[in-house]
Design a protein around this ligand. Structure first.
Ligand SMILES: Nc1ncnc2c1ncn2[C@@H]1O[C@H](COP(=O)(O)OP(=O)(O)OP(=O)(O)O)[C@@H](O)[C@H]1O
Ligand SMILES: [Mg+2]
Length: 354
């Protein structure tokens, strides 16, 4: 049986912006990698407007964090942030959940009900997994976006609603548009401001920072306890591919803290698929090029990144030794490191820091 909790994944408390603290986005959207620094600047700019935003990124990469940050930094932050997971709601109920219904609008609608758009009035509505929205509802959403008017199911009355829309998708909406599974006009209407969140493996240099941040959160939850991650364990965390992105990392930190008997998080605690590159060793070279072909530059860059990571893991972060393993000059290796966005964990025996 489906419950209201499945639908309303979150209606957050209005946020109190307090100049005495670091900005909310600083606290929640952690990262020093250039892509994240740029992302934070974009979030700041977008928060000052009411523009519709489309966030794309792999599962667990931080789409909801970004949506929430935009809301928290916006003038709407005293009103609701309503998150709707379009994939979790049965198609036939999604319309009434979003726009509300009149009594008797359909079997089981014994009382009239406000929709989530009404709950988000004055605030922000976050339409997660928008690619799962049925086509017929996409047309209705487009109309709401165009004129700001919501009509509950079974009603002939329309209400003006002022909700800022942020949508997110982890699948390729462009491909869905091509297959006619997603309306092209809605796609363009949503992505007034497109925000793309890179997967964690493309910003590995943030891994130590994120690990420390999540450990801090564990320290708050378990006062009096403390943990240190050994350099070898960190090198392995840093080299892993993180297919589940930041969410997988959060869960891993929690698991390591639970498994850790003393205060040292060492390599023995890591699951075997995470040690020495784990899944990174799996080739991702496609068997056939398929209809859409491949992006050779991207593939080559990814392979390069993986080889560099592997070499650094094997040499415990010693760049000079890693360059030698790959048959590269020190300077060429350093240039590739910078291009891949890889920042090696500092090695104690390292002579080179170019
Ligand atoms: N940059 C970040 N800084 C701090 N925490 C982050 C960051 N990115 C993601 N997280 C944390 O990682 C987890 C997953 O993030 P989030 O729910 O935003 O991902 P998502 O892209 O919406 O995932 P899904 O596609 O599965 O819905 C959350 O616990 C979130 O707090
Ligand atoms: Mg999400």
């Amino acid at each position: 049986m489906y419950s209201a909790g499945d639908i309303l994944t979150a209606v957050s408390e209005p946020h109190r912006a307090d100049a005495a603290f670091r900005s909310p986005v600083e606290r929640s959207l952690i990262g020093d990698h250039p892509t994240i620094v740029k992302l934070r600047a974009l979030v700041d700019r977008v928060a000052a407007t009411d523009a519709t935003v489309l966030i794309t990124g792999e599962s667990g990469s931080g789409k909801e964090v970004v949506a929430h940050a935009i809301h928290s930094l916006s003038a709407r932050n005293r009103r609701n942030f309503v998150a709707v997971n379009c994939a979790a709601i049965p198609h036939e109920l999604l319309e009434s959940e979003m726009f509300g219904h009149e009594r008797g609008a359909f079997t089981g609608a014994s009382t009239p009900r406000h929709g989530l758009f009404a709950t988000a009035d004055g605030g922000t509505i976050f339409l997660d997994e928008i690619g799962e929205m049925p086509l017929q509802l996409q047309a209705k959403l487009l109309r709401v976006l165009e004129d700001g008017i919501v009509r509950p199911v079974g009603s002939d009355r329309s209400t003006r609603i002022d909700a800022r829309v942020i949508a997110a998708s982890n699948n390729d909406l462009v491909a869905a548009v091509k297959r006619n599974a997603f309306r092209e006009d809605l796609f363009y209407r949503l992505q007034v401001v497109p925000i793309v969140i890179p997967p964690l493996r493309e910003r590995r240099s943030d891994i130590p920072l994120l690990v420390e941040y999540f450990l801090d959160r564990m320290r708050e939850r378990l006062p009096g306890r403390d943990w240190t991650v050994t350099r070898e364990a960190m090198v392995n965390l840093w080299s892993y591919d993180w297919p589940g992105n930041v969410r997988e990392l959060v869960n891993m930190v929690e698991r390591l803290v639970i498994m850790c008997e003393d205060s040292i998080i060492d390599i023995e605690l890591l699951p075997s698929n995470l040690v020495n590159g784990g899944r990174m060793a799996e080739a991702r070279i496609p068997a056939t090029l398929g209809e859409n072909g491949v992006n050779l530059n991207l593939l080559v860059r990814e392979l390069e990144g993986r080889m560099i990571n592997q070499a650094l893991t094997q040499t415990s972060g010693n760049k000079q030794a890693a360059a030698k393993l790959l048959g590269l000059k020190r300077t060429t290796f350093a240039a590739k490191l910078r291009r891949c966005g890889v920042i090696a964990p500092s090695a104690s025996n390292e002579a080179d820091d170019s």
